[in-house]
Ligand binder design. Sequence first.
Ligand code: S3P
Length: 176
Amino acid sequence: MTTVSENVFLIGYRGTGKSTVAQLLAARLGWEAVDADAVLEARVGRSIRHIFLEDGEAKFRRLEAAVLKRLCRRQHQVVATGGGVVLRPGNRRRLREAGGVVWLFANAKTIWRRLQTDPSTAERRPDLTVGGLAEIKEMLQVREPLYRACANLAVNTAGREPVEIVHEILAHWNLG
Ligand code: S3P
């Protein structure tokens, strides 16, 4: 069975700090920080926003599953996954098999505030949040049970510094 000593996967909705925490945690462990969305963009040669616009979400989800499959063959990485990776049961199973899975969460208002101030949101991501706070709440209602079912550890990120979150993850697995 695979253990956390092989990989850590960060799952959770947009704006929950996955990319920042991945960088910090990887530096602490001496592992590689990987942004699964960035790997996908490099492989396809287009931004996720363009893939959604030109090919649709179904095609993006197929590419996302293929990228995850490849990443799961490697070791000693902290992977920041895309917020929708848990939608496919096969992805959830694969994540659990390939390492420790940490769900970073925050309340809808915090997420909404963070997305307003994240410069990469408009240019890189599809407009999944045009519906504002109400849409984020709806998405969380659908996805939270999936994040919860997939994760070994759930960490609240609202009102906390990334470094505190990293400490909590390290302590959970006695990796500190
Ligand atoms: C998505 C989240 C994005 C990206 C894509 C779809 C989602 O990743 O994978 O735009 O469905 O929530 P981030 O969580 O890194 O923004």
